[in-house]
Design a binder for this molecule. Structure first.
Ligand SMILES: [Zn+2]
Length: 579
């Protein structure tokens, strides 16, 4: 049975869709009024309906009363269903984007074929909105910001990739302020979580007032939320809240540890302190009846409690405290960005990337890599001229030429991001796949298949001996799209047995596998890759997010294929095919 809120939302939805269609303005206003009336009505409309008294409610005419009656009786409204057939749900949802009224929604929908938020974001990022009538580049940017804030509102948390650059910029801007000894970001950001609430910054200084004032005067500040002697809070122009805490340099280690969290980790650490007769706070530890012992390093604090220093990414109370109590060598030697020799997923102008093979090769070379794998899309995805067997052959010629031109300093490998069709078959014939150095299979469509079906589908795909990597396995997009419902244990066992690597996609919109899945996969013996899925040279820098995710998953470098020397990678690829 429908509540008043649901009823009101439905009438508001009708108004929105009719607005997009450009229907009669009076009619649209009438629906909006009805939504308003129902939303504010003091009793359930259901009771009014059951009492047969709908026509006695001021503002509800005969037509509306009939619609409410149909909804209450059948749970559906034929009129609304017909409207939905004309204006898809995804198009109606675009009205929630700030700066996007019904006229613009209609224009974007009709001229660009945009029917959901993802497509709108892609169109704006590709600069396709600015040339539409009465739009321009500024509006396009506002729409992008609106989409971002809409997604944040959904979870109240921003993606790691949206928060980390802001935090780094603030830290860099304040580093040279007089009196600053040390400065770093803390909280879930320092732990590398995939989404962040507020940004916490800790600064060690003997002049807290100076740093606080400099912080509040930064150009990115939209609003000052608080200004105390040691703590300031601001809201940035991107609508992020940032808290700055100033401490005496003697307390730096204890304070950084305290504000890095997680809460679960810190509860355990405090309990360990208590067992030793110590009380722990953000300044240090205090023995019973004694003086506060400050710590200027985290290492000092952990050591005082009998624990090895724990990398921030592990501080989630997922076994790291038990390991640290046994000594530093019981904690995993986590993978680092420096250990990576290559990047195994990226796109070029052969499909939907921005630059050609040479462009990506040179960018990767500049980052210090030894090799890259080019993985353009296969044809069935239907985006930007996906690869056919013939085009793969032509691409091979270009890759050979690039390798010759680079003169052996670097190796470009040919791969393909091959679509896994809805039944698990691959989008390219085996001969075409066999000619690639490495093949990545990815599921992009029908992600909502039932668990058994989608699991069998992925297992069938990785059962093909030409497949080496399963790309962004869950298909989720953080704050935007739910992951597919795999039987993860079965998938991981299958991948481990086949020696097919699972990707940790480093794009901060994906981070897929996520930390807990990647950890379980590694426990079950799976190989992993950490790759950016870059569509432009700039996106190669996203690797840092993938590394953070892998570290949160306790991943050591030996597990990660792209830490291996090229020869070992190629040997693995060959062995896989002769299994
Ligand atoms: Zn993909």
């Amino acid at each position: 049975m429908l509540t008043n809120t649901q009823l009101a939302a439905l009438f508001a939805d009708i108004a929105g869709r009719e607005d997009i269609l450009g229907e009669n303005a009076f009619k649209i206003r009438a629906y909006r009024n009805v939504a308003e009336i129902i939303d504010n009505f003091p009793r359930p409309m259901r009771d009014v309906w059951q009492a047969g008294a709908l026509d006695g409610v001021p503002g509800i005419g005969k037509e509306i009363a009939k619609k409410i009656d149909e909804l209450m009786r059948t749970g559906k409204l034929d009129y609304f269903e017909r409207l939905r057939a004309k204006v898809p749900d995804g198009v109606a949802a675009l009205l929630d984007v700030p700066d996007l009224g019904p006229k613009r929604v209609k224009l974007i929908w009709e001229t660009l074929g945009v029917t959901d938020l993802d497509a709108l974001e892609a169109a704006a990022q590709a600069g396709k909105l600015r040339d539409l009538p009465k739009m321009g580049e500024k509006t396009e940017q506002r729409i992008l910001a609106g989409i971002a804030s809409l997604r944040r509102r959904a979870t109240g948390r921003v993606r790691l990739g949206d928060a980390l650059p802001v935090a780094r910029a603030i830290v860099e801007a304040l580093r040279d302020v007089p009196g600053v000894a040390k400065i770093d970001y803390a909280g879930s950001l320092r732990r590398g979580r995939e989404t962040i609430g507020d940004i916490d910054i800790v600064v060690a200084t003997t002049e807290p007032a100076t740093v606080g004032a400099a912080f509040r005067a930064l150009p990115l500040v939209a609003e000052v939320l608080g200004a105390g002697p040691t703590k300031s809070s601001i809201r940035t122009t991107d609508n992020l809240q940032v808290d700055l805490r100033a401490v005496d340099p003697r307390h730096w280690g204890a304070t950084l540890q305290y504000f890095t969290g997680s809460q679960a980790h810190n509860i355990r650490v405090r309990a360990i302190a208590q067992q030793q007769g110590l009380s722990l706070n953000e300044y240090g530890v205090t023995p019973e009846g004694g003086e506060l012992i400050p710590f200027d390093t985290e290492e000092g604090l952990y050591a005082r409690l009998g624990l090895a220093w724990i990398p921030p990414e592990l501080r989630e109370d997922r076994g790291e405290i038990e390991a640290a109590a046994l000594g530093a060598n019981r904690l995993p030697k986590l993978v680092t960005a420096k250990a990576l020799r290559g990047d195994l997923q990226m796109h070029t102008t052969w499909s939907d990337g921005e630059v050609d093979v040479m462009g990506m090769a040179q960018a990767a070379l500049a980052l210090g890599y030894e090799y890259i794998l080019i993985t353009d899309h296969s044809r069935s995805l239907g985006i930007a001229n996906g690869l056919t067997p013939e085009r793969l052959i032509a691409q091979r010629a270009e890759i050979d030429r690039v390798n010759r031109d680079l003169g052996g300093r670097f190796r470009v490998l040919q791969g393909v991001e091959c679509e896994v069709l809805s039944d698990g078959a691959l989008d390219l014939p085996d001969e075409a796949l066999a000619a690639c150095d490495l093949v990545q299979a990815s599921v992009h469509t029908s992600l909502s298949q039932a668990r058994e079906r989608i699991t069998a589908r992925a297992l069938r795909a990785i059962g093909n001996p030409n497949v080496h990597i399963l790309g962004h396995p869950s298909g989720r997009q953080i704050n935007a799209r739910e992951p597919a419902d795999y039987d993860w244990e079965a998938l991981f066992v299958g991948a481990a047995k086949a020696r097919v690597a699972l990707e940790i996609n480093a794009n901060p919109e994906r981070l897929d596998l996520n930390d807990t899945h990647a950890r379980r996969a590694a426990e079950l013996g799976c190989l992993l890759t950490i790759s950016t899925d870059a569509h432009s040279p700039a996106m190669l820098a996203n690797m840092a997010y993938g590394v953070l995710t892998a570290r949160r998953a306790w991943v050591t470098p030996d597990r990660v294929v792209n830490t291996w020397p090229l020869k070992k990678v190629l040997d693995w690829a060959r062995e896989r095919r002769t299994q």
